[in-house]
Design a protein around this ligand. Sequence first.
Ligand SMILES: NC(=O)c1ccc[n+]([C@@H]2O[C@H](COP(=O)([O-])OP(=O)(O)OC[C@H]3O[C@@H](n4cnc5c(N)ncnc54)[C@H](O)[C@@H]3O)[C@@H](O)[C@H]2O)c1
Length: 253
Amino acid sequence: MNLFDITGKKAIVTGGTRGLGFGMAEGLMEAGCEVAIVGTSDKVFDVAKGFCDKGFKCYGVKANLAHREEVYRAFKECVEKLGGDLDILVTAHGIQRRHSAEEFPLNEWDEVIDVNMNSVFILCQEAGKIMLAKGYGKIINIASMVSWFGGQTIPAYAAAKGGVTQLTKELSNDWIARGVNVNAIAPGYMATDMNEALLDKNNPRYMQITERIPAKRWGTGQDMKGACIFLASHASDYLGGAIIPVDGGYLVK
Ligand SMILES: NC(=O)c1ccc[n+]([C@@H]2O[C@H](COP(=O)([O-])OP(=O)(O)OC[C@H]3O[C@@H](n4cnc5c(N)ncnc54)[C@H](O)[C@@H]3O)[C@@H](O)[C@H]2O)c1
């Protein structure tokens, strides 16, 4: 048996329209999976078509995961497009809001917690129902360096990612003996739209961060593929509640 073989598996990747989600969706398709991607705008249909044009099986589902009813609808639509089954869930959607903690607006706090944490629980819960019923499934949440560090000017994001980290461990404890692995990838500093402000070469933080990364470069969606395929395959069957840094060595420096 090829431990990493995921040919024919059915996957949902939220945030699959760009950045890290795009990279992981592409990686899963290259490895033979059929993938439903979720995004906020009509762009999700263009991205899905782009993948289909390359010969992959990909479906686009448009939804705003800030709203609970949209989370349920998006999940249901994805599973329908995948023919009523699901093997792999990757929760790679997310937003960032930056303000000093003492002035952080509560409406933005609610938005970040809803998008980055509450929707993740609902998606895991719905995926878990299908996976537990057949005794097989792989859930891959996307954590962060602020699963360990506190961060600065990002209290809602740090709280949400801390929540996703703990949720990943809890779900693993509940489900691993029943065939469902729940783990997370914690990306380091990645060159995506989310970090537009930090990636500005005139921002002093850009060089400070780049210098601190032992790999001496920011990561990309491509860098997420290996860990994602590992966690989506039988190769990770005995892994539970692990938070795997994909960070160019940043965490241990
Ligand atoms: N970029 C980094 O350095 C970094 C580091 C650690 C963790 N992460 C996490 O990785 C994940 C992907 O981030 P990225 O860097 O690719 O960001 P990105 O901004 O490039 O992509 C975010 C994706 O999330 C989707 N999304 C945002 N709000 C949504 C909503 N309300 N409903 C549905 N979809 C929504 C967007 O459509 C997009 O596809 C996020 O969970 C993020 O927190 C990123």
